[in-house]
Design a protein around this ligand. Structure first.
Ligand code: IVH
Length: 686
């Protein structure tokens, strides 16, 4: 694709020319990827590279069927992360749960009161801070010197971006009177005016234009070359901390003051509030100023001011109980629905997807939106050709909200939900009573489900293999190099062939194989999550891993739980011991149990699991706290009203000391903590 060569616009290409051009572009892009990432010796400027990418994408948009098989395999567009070292956060970087209205905020504060068993007249001070729409970063200071900065990553492991963070003026390199170890957390963002200027410059040089300030900040922060980051004007608001050798304050408000003394920027709209009404008034005021603020925000975060209360409140899953994000309502826009396609998810759920005339919503171009399921399509009465209102909130997939019936074209027809899976097998779709979704009954035989399961397997919170993303999985799957998870760990048998593959070179294949080897040792919780069992998310996977300890014990128990009592047994309807144990895990109910049993009832699942068992070194789940706590590893049941703290707090405290909390007494119970007026049912189980 040398400069000056006559280039036809995508519209003028016929399908044969398109294929030839896409093939050439993919090879060219791959060669430059290899030069840039593999050899650190680029031949062309970033702008020229982006122009190649844009031409590929423009043709690919017109000829998606050819493009699918030809897409360049290396990570698209954004700087790859291969060059950044990993950093394990000494304290996990949490996310926030959301509230969307005043009622949910009231419920949040009531929950806190209940958890802490506060008297009705005890005030709860909360700090309200704007929620900055940027990227969180952790800055580690030792003896007052900035020594390391990292991205959030998956919350446990991030990437070392120290060099890039050093280019940000808002980040002091030295702190006076700071604790010996001090990790400051906050948000890296780009101002709206800097974003506009950057995009103008990008456009003028033919380089990639960013969709919004957040993407621009992300792209700038993850540059391997920090001289590029220097030229992008990034800023930083500090709002939180990670590891500290001594706690510098007793309150969030006091901590923010210290941050300012150390030279950090804190957000000027932050206020300490004493009641829900004050929080909501602050929210309204910030919402009113939103459009005129120089940076993007997407809500207001409320945080319990007293840090001793924050400690007691602790966290659930990956979010603190002491904070919540009150989000701004989603932004809406009108556009035309061009088609309804069906996507098949990893559990076989058929999701109707609206293909839209591209439209900008809150600064982002949207061309697809979800229609959720059959009932939603019917309830909203959407038809192809309709003008629809769509909305987009934060990172959530855009949704179709409603149809503007006055604008319906003549002759449109109601949408018929397909009765068979769109895959080649055309398996009939089933709708289980009480469920909103239709599912393809083909299980892992359905190619869509099989490939979606593989994508989930390598996703960020599961195996997270560098260089093996959705695109690569799709391509390897089509070429039958990876048809089940275990194949990933045998990919090295194809090393020579891979190195000859289009878009791959010596170095990128070596990197990929090394990344795969690096994941051969994996925690049981991640392994369980990676299997993609229905309703088994990260939290449930952790519960299962901590309760069963090893893969073998878990599998045996699940298979056992699936066995019905032998014929003639009086107790046919009674759960067997394995099923009782499973149901006795706090937070696991019959519905999840059924999905677990169904998974292990499939022969293919068993084959996949034992194949992985041979390939991997699966680490037993580590109890979070040192084993010297007397309740570590013990099963505890709470019943009745406890005198000194609420039951939720007691449960959370026991869990943080490594105990497993069960709902009722069984053979496995080690301790029963009986408060006043215990419930007799908790003693009933076998
Ligand atoms: S506190 C334990 N405060 O929102 C609490 N987060 O949705 C951790 N964010 O990952 C976060 N502004 O990147 C906090 N004033 C603020 C924030 C804020 C933006 C981001 C942060 C976090 C995400 C969670």
């Amino acid at each position: 694709m040398s400069a000056g060569q006559q280039e036809k616009s995508p519209e003028d290409l016929n399908i044969f020319e398109a294929e030839e051009t896409l093939r050439a572009l993919a090879a060219e892009i791959a060669r430059h990827d290899e030069l840039y990432h593999g050899k650190d010796d680029p031949e062309i400027s970033d702008a020229d590279y982006d122009a190649l990418r844009r031409r590929f994408d423009a043709i690919a948009d017109r000829f998606p069927s050819i493009a699918r098989t030809l897409a360049p395999s290396a990570s698209v567009g954004a700087a790859p992360s291969a060059g950044f070292a990993k950093v394990t956060h000494s304290r996990p970087m949490l996310s926030l749960s959301n509230a969307f209205d005043g009622e949910e905020v009231t419920e949040f504060v009531n929950r806190i009161r209940r958890f802490l068993s506060l008297a009705a007249d005890e005030p709860v001070g909360l700090v309200a801070e704007p929620k900055i729409d940027g990227l969180s970063a952790a800055l580690r200071y030792e003896n007052g010197r900035f020594i390391q900065g990292a991205t959030r990553g998956d919350g446990t492991v991030g990437e070392d971006i120290t060099r890039n963070l050093r280019t940000i003026d808002d980040i002091p390199t030295r702190l006076e009177n700071a604790p010996a170890v001090l990790e400051i957390r906050g948000e890296v963002y780009m101002r709206k005016d800097d974003f506009r200027a950057l995009n103008q410059a990008q456009e003028a040089s033919g380089a990639k234009v960013f969709a919004n300030p957040r993407n621009a900040a992300a792209g700038s922060l993850r540059q391997l070359d920090s001289s590029i980051t220097t030229r992008r004007k990034l800023r930083f608001f500090a709002y939180s901390w990670g590891e500290v050798s001594e706690r510098p304050s007793d309150t969030q408000a006091g901590f923010l003051e210290l941050l300012r003394d150390w030279g950090f920027q804190t957000n000027p709209l932050t206020r300490l509030c004493g009641t829900v009404d004050e929080l909501l008034a602050r929210y309204a005021s910030i919402a009113e100023q939103r459009a005129t603020l120089p940076y993007d925000i997407d809500g207001v975060v409320y945080k319990v001011n007293r840090l001793d209360w924050q400690d007691r409140l602790g966290m659930v899953s990956r979010a603190p109980r002491w904070a919540i994000a009150h989000k701004f309502p989603a932004e809406q826009a009108e556009t035309i629905l061009k088609a309804i396609d069906i996507q098949v998810g990893r559990t076989g759920a058929l999701t109707p997807v609206a293909r839209l005339e591209p439209v900008t919503v809150g600064g982002v171009v949207v061309s697809n939106a979800t229609l959720h399921n059959e009932d939603e399509v019917r309830r909203k009465g959407v038809r192809v050709g309709d003008t629809v209102v769509i909305q987009r909130a934060g990172d959530v997939i855009p949704q179709v909200v409603r149809v503007i019936e006055d604008k319906r074209p003549a002759g449109s027809v109601p949408y018929e939900f397909p009765a068979v899976c769109p895959c080649a097998l055309k398996t009939p779709v089933i709708r289980i009573e009480g469920e909103a979704v239709r599912r393809c009954g083909g299980g892992l035989a359905c190619p869509f489900q099989a490939v979606e399961r593989l994508k989930h397997f390598v996703s960020r919170d599961a195996f997270d293999i560098e260089g093996l993303g959705e695109k690569q999985i799709q391509a390897f799957w089509e070429d039958k190099l990876i048809t089940q998870p275990g194949d990933i760990f045998r990919l090295k048998e194809h090393e020579a062939a891979l190195k000859k593959r289009e878009g791959w070179g010596e170095k990128s294949v070596d990197n990929l194989l090394a990344a795969i080897e690096g994941r051969r040792s994996i925690g049981l919780d991640k392994m369980i999550y990676a299997l993609g069992i229905r309703q088994v998310g990260q939290a449930t996977a952790r519960l299962l891993a901590s309760n069963y300890g090893t893969l073998g014990a878990w599998r045996t128990a699940m298979l056992e739980a699936g066995k019905t009592a032998p014929d003639g047994d009086e107790s046919t309807d009674m759960p067997n011991d394995a099923l009782s144990d499973l149901l006795n895990i706090d937070q696991i109910g019959m519905s999840v149990a059924n999905d677990l049993i169904a998974f292990f009832a499939e022969e293919q699942s068993l084959r996949i699991v034992s194949d992985l068992e041979n390939e991997l070194d699966i680490q037993p789940f580590a109890v979070p706290v040192a084993g010297d706590s007397p309740v570590a590893g013990k099963t505890v049941v709470f019943t009745g009203t406890l005198a000194t703290m609420g039951r939720s707090e007691a449960k959370a405290r026991a869990e943080s000391l490594g105990a497993k909390v069960a709902g009722s007494v069984s053979k496995k119970t080690d301790y029963v903590i009986v408060g006043a007026r215990p419930s007799s049912t908790r003693f009933c189980n076998p």
